[in-house]
Design a protein around this ligand. Structure first.
Ligand SMILES: *[C@@H]1O[C@H](CO)[C@@H](O)[C@H](O)[C@H]1NC(C)=O
Length: 116
């Protein structure tokens, strides 16, 4: 075995360890693809209403208005809600209309918040 290989073998588990030790897994909350529009609309209305999400960015002339689809708007609202309240017991569920992802859904000037 070359010393180069040995270094890699030693470094890999260390990397894994330090990643886990940081305890930080980036996670966003978006609309589940399988959710019906009716369910999405209900969950979106709740998130932006009683749920307390800040939905100003999905309003006309704001950065997350486009794409102007129910699914994209719901994703923004679900994530905003989840990030704001996840440390206070909120979950990414919305009656199973939502799902978590480790891929940042942000696009262009539309930023999906992530709060550590
Ligand atoms: C909602 O977000 C907008 C833009 O990010 C901000 O200007 C506004 O103050 C926020 N409103 C509330 C109630 O937090």
């Amino acid at each position: 075995m070359t010393s180069h290989m040995l270094k890699i073998l030693i470094a890999l588990p260390l990397l894994t360890l330090s990643f886990q030790a940081s305890g930080e897994f980036l996670e966003w909350c978006i609309a589940d693809e399988q959710t019906l529009d009716e369910e999405l609309q209900r969950a979106l209305d709740w998130a932006c209403g009683k749920g307390g999400a800040n939905c100003s960015k999905i309003q006309v002339n704001h950065p997350c208005y486009f794409p102007n689809t129910l699914r994209d708007h719901a994703s923004y609202a679900f994530n905003n809600y989840y990030q704001r309240f996840k440390h206070k017991g909120a979950s990414c569920y919305f009656n199973s209309a939502a799902i978590t992802t480790d891929l940042d859904p942000s696009h262009g000037s539309c930023k999906f918040e992530f709060l550590p």
